[in-house]
Ligand binder design. Structure first.
Ligand code: SF4
Length: 439
C-alpha cells in the first residue's frame, strides 16, 4: 500500500480541500500517514497570502526530500496557481497543479512516477469554473464545510481572485447532503467556509440561490448542534441574515466581519464595497437583536497612503465600536495587485507599530467582552486538547473556556456558568447545576 502525506498552509478553505483530497486517496487504496512517516507521495497545499510563501514552500520540500529521498512531491494551492513556473524550479518538486487541476490529481498524475522533468499542469485561472465540494474531518469536534469558492470583487490588495477564480458555489442540496454526512460521523459543529461566503449562490456565472436560503435549510439538519459562519462581508450581512441567526436553532451568535479600515478614504482606495457608516449599522443591528453576540473584525494596517491620521481614525473607530476581538493583518505588497501603485508605501517599522497598537486594542476588547459575559450561563463544546490537566472549548458566542479535564466531556455540549478569567486568558467555568469543573 503506497503511503501519502499532506501539508497545508493557509486558510480553512485549504484545510477543507486537503482533507477531501486525502479522502480521495484513501478511496483509491492509498494509506494516509504523517509527514515524517516516510511517505511515497507528498501533497503540499500552499497559500499565497502566507508571508514568505516561497520560502516556506522550499523549506517543506527540502524537509520532505530528507524524509523520503525518492518520494513524489506535488505542490497545489493558491501559490501553485499564481507562480507555477517559479515553484517548478524548486529542486525536488515533481509536479505543480493549478486551481482547475488540483482535484483531478489522482487521474492527472496517474501512478505518481518520478521523471526527469517537473510536470506543470496549471491552466489560466479562467479555467477554474467548476465547484469542488470539500469538507475537513480532522478532529471530532468541528468541521469546515466549503460552500463557496472564488471572488468577483476586486479589492486592490488581494490576490485571491487571481488564485481561486470567479465566485461559484455548491448547490443547497449537495451542502445539505454533506452536512448530513458530517452529522453521521458524530461531529457537533460545522463552520461554513468560502472565499466570499455571503456571496453564496452563483453557479455558471448566474445567481441561482441566496445565502439566506442556504442557512434556512441548514438550520433543519438533524444531528448537527452548532453552525458557525466563518466570515461574511458587511455589505452581504443583510438584516434578514442577522434576524435569522438571532432566532435560529443551530446558528450561533458569532459573526466575523472584515472591516479592513475605519477610514473611508482608505476603504475607497481598497475598493471595498461599503463605507464605515454601513459597518456601524451592521454592528448596531446585531447588538439590537443579540446583545451577547461575539463580533470579530479583520483589519489591515499600513495600506499604501495610510497616514498617521488615517490610522488614528481606524483606531478611534474600532475603540468606540462594540466589537469583541480583532484579527490584525500587516499590509504587504502582492505582485499583480493595484494597491502598491496607488500611493507611497508606509515604512515597515510604522506598519509593525500600528499592528502592535491594534493587537493591544484587540486584547482589551476581548477582555471586556469576556467580562460582560461572566456569571452568565452558556453552552460549551469541549475539545480534545488537554494541557496541564485542563481541557478547553468554545461557547456558542466564541468565548474560550477552560475546565478540569474530564474524558466524558470531550466532544460534548455542556451548560456551564462563566466564572472568572484566568491568567492564560481562558474563562474558567462551573457546571450550571453543580460545581465540578473548576480547579
Ligand atoms: S472580498 Fe476582496 S479581500 Fe475578500 S477575497 Fe474578494 S477580493 Fe479578496
Amino acid at each position: 500500500m503506497r503511503k501519502v502525506a499532506f501539508y497545508t498552509l493557509g486558510c480553512k478553505l485549504n484545510f477543507s480541500e486537503t482533507s477531501t483530497i486525502s479522502r480521495m486517496f484513501e478511496e483509491k487504496g492509498y494509506k494516509k500517514v504523517e509527514f515524517t512517516d516516510t511517505p511515497d507521495i507528498f501533497i503540499i497545499n500552499t497559500c499565497s497570502v502566507t508571508e514568505n510563501a516561497d520560502k516556506k514552500c522550499r523549506k517543506i520540500v527540502r524537509e520532505a526530500r530528507k524524509i523520503s529521498p525518492d518520494a513524489y512531491i506535488t505542490i497545489i494551492g493558491c501559490y501553485a496557481q499564481l507562480k507555477p513556473k517559479e515553484i517548478s524550479e524548486i529542486p525536488g518538486v515533481d509536479a505543480v497543479l493549478g486551481a482547475a487541476e488540483k482535484f483531478r490529481l489522482l487521474e492527472l498524475l496517474d501512478g505518481f512516477v518520478r521523471t526527469e522533468e517537473t510536470k506543470v499542469l496549471a491552466s489560466e485561472i479562467e479555467g477554474a469554473t467548476t465547484f469542488n465540494n470539500a469538507f475537513s474531518i480532522n478532529d471530532r469536534t468541528r468541521t469546515f464545510l466549503k460552500i463557496q469558492d472564488g471572488c468577483d470583487y476586486s479589492c486592490t490588495f488581494c490576490t485571491i481572485p487571481l488564485a481561486r477564480g470567479n465566485s461559484r458555489s455548491d448547490t443547497i442540496t449537495n451542502i445539505i447532503q454533506s452536512a448530513e454526512e458530517i452529522a453521521a460521523t458524530g461531529v457537533k459543529e460545522i463552520v461554513l467556509t468560502g472565499v466570499n461566503t455571503g456571496d453564496f449562490g452563483i453557479r455558471n456565472g448566474k445567481r441561482e440561490d441566496k445565502f439566506i436560503d442556504l442557512i434556512r435549510e441548514l438550520d433543519n439538519v438533524q444531528g448537527i448542534d452548532r453552525i458557525r459562519i466563518s466570515s461574511i462581508e458587511p455589505n452581504l450581512l443583510h438584516d434578514e441574515v442577522i434576524e435569522f441567526v438571532a432566532q435560529s436553532k443551530r446558528f450561533v451568535p458569532h459573526f466575523h466581519i472584515p472591516l479592513q479600515s475605519g477610514s473611508d478614504k482608505i476603504l475607497k482606495m481598497m475598493r471595498r464595497r461599503y463605507l464605515s457608516d454601513l459597518y456601524v449599522s451592521r454592528v448596531e443591528k446585531i447588538r439590537s437583536v443579540m446583545p451577547h453576540c461575539c463580533i470579530g473584525v479583520d483589519v489591515i494596517v499600513g495600506f499604501p497612503g495610510e497616514t498617521d491620521e488615517d490610522f488614528l481614525e481606524t483606531y478611534r473607530f474600532l475603540n468606540e465600536l462594540d466589537i469583541s476581538y480583532l484579527h490584525v493583518f500587516t499590509y504587504s505588497e502582492r505582485a499583480n495587485t493595484p494597491a502598491p501603485d496607488l500611493a507611497e508605501p508606509v515604512p515597515m517599522k510604522v506598519r509593525h507599530e500600528r499592528s502592535r497598537m491594534l493587537r493591544t486594542l484587540s486584547e482589551k476588547k476581548r477582555r471586556k467582552f469576556y467580562e460582560e459575559n461572566l456569571n452568565k450561563t452558556e453552552i460549551v463544546l469541549f475539545e480534545e486538547d488537554i494541557e496541564n490537566g485542563m481541557m478547553h472549548g468554545f461557547t456558542n458566542n466564541y468565548i474560550r473556556v477552560a475546565a478540569k479535564y474530564d474524558p466524558v466531556l470531550i466532544n460534548e455540549l455542556k451548560k456551564v456558568k462563566l466564572i472568572s478569567i484566568n491568567t492564560s486568558g481562558y474563562v474558567e467555568v462551573e457546571d450550571a447545576e453543580q460545581v465540578v469543573l473548576t480547579h
